[in-house]
Design a protein around this ligand. Structure first.
Ligand code: FAD
Length: 320
């Protein structure tokens, strides 16, 4: 059976959920071979084996932490040359997309970014993407070289599929460009205790209707009752009510959770662009004509200051 390379996103050996989702998709194409680099690379092996990795290729060196993405591209290319895979799958983070794009250029292959699903037929992987602010769904395949595909978080379920997960050292020769851009400092993000916006299974977002930074406490309370991340429309971000890092949309982040709850958001095309692939969409808006109601699964016409606290209370009471 053909092998499929899966680039592992991890923090000191803790594998992030989008990589486990990639393993589910990789198994539809062939046998997943994981590539983990940097501090803690070997510690990723048990989780990767549990989710279907037949082999885990690992490499660690100071270059992975001290320089931007090129050392990681060098490692992924070394794995590509060692394995000759049927496809290379990479999580669709900002870093993942840069690594994938650089690899595709180096190996002369086509690339598909931000896939939301993957299937395989006898000609190889077929990727589903959402195009033009999610107005269309397209299916495409790479016609040149080995398909390099980045996949958005929440595109597949995490499935247990125990496999050997044999750890093998990957020999990496760093290219001349590897040390071109040095990391001079790192600022850890302030922890809110909430899941990362792009990876969260549930996102609760607020817009201009929230009407003030202090009122975002209502949105946060609902998010916390559901274990969700908090998102915001650009109007709310531009007003200074919530950080830009939480903006959902064309010029913010793209999310694809199981459940997206939009409160006081009209549903402008640029906002939709970042959330329309969510599996279930709920909107709370006092204007029954708001465009967001055209795309929802469930809509509540009402004042968010009445509805959201009631919803939070109901969720809390059901949790017992
Ligand atoms: P509004 O459109 O003003 O809607 C507010 C909604 O709240 C209304 O529907 C109103 O009925 C409702 N409301 C008011 N009070 C209440 C209440 N008490 N209870 C319930 N409902 C209430 N936007 C993004 O979000 N993300 C982007 O990334 C983004 N990128 C952009 C890029 C470009 C190039 C451009 C031109 C625009 C972009 N925008 C983006 C802006 C976008 O066009 C909209 O202006 C923005 O999404 C509107 O935000 P909103 O829905 O919160 O505000």
């Amino acid at each position: 059976m053909a092998e499929v390379l899966v680039y592992v996103d991890h923090v000191d050996g803790a594998v992030r959920k989008p990589t486990l989702e990639l393993l589910t998709l990789a198994r539809r194409i062939g046998e997943p071979v994981a590539v983990a680099v940097g501090a803690g690379a070997e510690a990723t092996a048990p989780a990767l084996a549990e989710h279907g990795a037949t082999r885990v290729l690992t490499a660690d060196a100071p270059e992975f932490a001290d320089y931007l993405v090129v050392p990681k591209v060098d490692a992924l290319q070394a794995a590509y040359e060692a394995v000759s895979p049927a496809a290379v799958l990479v999580p669709s983070s900002a870093e993942g997309k840069e690594i994938a794009a650089r690899l595709a250029v180096r190996i002369g292959s086509g690339i598909i970014t931000d896939a939301v699903d993957l299937e395989a037929d006898d000609k190889g992987p077929v990727a589903t993407q959402s195009a033009f602010a999610a107005s269309f769904t397209t299916k495409s395949r790479v016609s040149k070289g080995t398909p390099v595909i980045t996949v958005k978080p929440n595109s597949a379920a995490v499935e247990a599929a125990p496999a050997a997960g044999a750890v093998e050292a990957l020999a990496v020769t760093f290219s001349a460009q590897a040390t071109g851009t040095k990391v001079v400092s790192r600022t850890p993000r302030e922890s809110t205790g909430r899941p990362e916006l792009t990876e969260a299974a549930i996102v609760v977002s607020g817009g201009r209707g929230v009407n003030g930074a202090e009122n975002f406490a209502i949105i946060e309370a609902l998010a916390d009752s559901l274990g969700a991340a908090v998102g915001a429309s650009r109007a709310a971000v531009d007003a200074g009510w919530y950080p830009h890092s939480n903006q959902v949309g064309q010029t913010g982040k793209s999310v694809s959770p199981q459940l997206y709850i939009a409160s006081g958001i009209s549903g402008a095309i640029q906002h939709r662009a970042g959330m329309q692939t969510s599996k279930t969409i709920v909107a709370i808006n006092k204007d029954a004509e708001a465009p967001i109601f055209d795309l929802v699964d469930y809509g509540v016409v009402g004042d968010l200051f009445d509805v959201v606290p009631q919803l939070t209370e109901e969720v809390q009471s059901r949790k017992g």
